[in-house]
Design a protein around this ligand. Structure first.
Ligand code: 6GU
Length: 267
């Protein structure tokens, strides 16, 4: 199944990063996904090719004007319909819902069921609200900070989704991914040399005992998640745990408790 994205953007050149390079670049060259950019500037009707104007009510910054955006969106939607897809318009905005692994999998499912995504990338202070109300199906943010435009966020969506398509990652990569898929942070990784600047690779990783290695990795993941992302840790603990998971969890909690006690309750 080939996945198709269309991006409405004033800066199509930015998307070369995700289209041409690395895992996503190779997957695109292999025909697993495609991207077509639609530039609102190409849909302006005035000689200055203006795409923004001052906000009603005053204030700093400029707002993208409706007509060229609507025309670019319409062209992108039509191209998707011509390709047999049902277009969904995804607006990248800090006002959107946070992008999560679960959301990425929902988008993949929609695409596998025949949806295409039109990624609407704003610039300046934003897009005229009347376009958003009429045209947008979903809104996504990539975090609580402000980017200069939706392009980097759109590329984050594309990258995260393309990685989840069958045939994109090799076997080793997919295995490495399992820990975050399980809702935990990843464990530490090591490669040669065995000792680097006085620090040795943990002995267990050289033992060849795969069950023991898996147990160690899960314990590392849990300890890190507890320390750095208590929200994810709570959610993981609330699942139904296997005997082994429960036993590792008990160890991690005990050791975290000891660490707190040893610091006199200060972190
Ligand atoms: Cl989706 N867009 C912009 N402009 N800034 C953001 C963002 C999106 N997500 C976080 N910051």
């Amino acid at each position: 199944m080939a996945v198709r994205f269309d991006a409405v953007t004033l800066f199509p050149a930015m998307f070369e990063a995700v289209s041409a390079v690395g895992v996503t670049g190779r997957a695109r060259e292999a025909g697993l996904w495609s991207l077509t950019c639609w530039n609102p500037r190409d849909y302006t009707s005035n000689p200055y090719r203006t795409i923004d104007d001052r906000p009603y009510g005053g204030g700093p910054g400029m707002v993208m004007i409706p007509e060229p955006l609507d025309a670019a969106l319409g062209a992108a939607r039509q191209a998707q319909r011509d390709a047999g897809l049902a277009p969904r318009v995804l607006h990248l905005t800090p006002q959107g819902e946070r992008l999560t692994h679960a959301r990425v999998l929902d988008m993949r499912a929609a695409m596998q069921a025949g949806a295409g995504y039109v990624l609407l990338c704003g610039r300046y202070e934003g897009i005229d609200e009347r376009v958003l109300v009429r045209e947008v199906d979903e809104e996504v943010s990539v975090g609580d900070y402000v980017l200069s435009g939706g392009e980097l966020a759109a590329m984050a969506v594309i990258d995260a989704l393309v990685r989840q398509l069958p045939g994109v990652l090799g076997h080793a990569d997919s295995a490495a991914e399992e820990s975050f898929v399980a809702g935990l942070l990843d464990c530490p990784h090591y490669t040669r040399p065995e000792e680097y600047r006085g620090v040795r690779v943990p002995q267990v990783l050289m033992s060849g005992d795969h069950a023991k290695i898996a147990r160690w990795r899960l314990k590392q993941s849990l300890a890190r998640t507890l320390a750095r992302r208590p929200d994810l840790f709570e959610a993981w603990c609330a699942r139904k745990l296997s005997k082994q998971e429960a036993s590792i969890l008990a160890e991690v909690k005990a050791e975290a408790g000891e660490a707190v006690a040893a610091s006199g309750g200060h972190s």
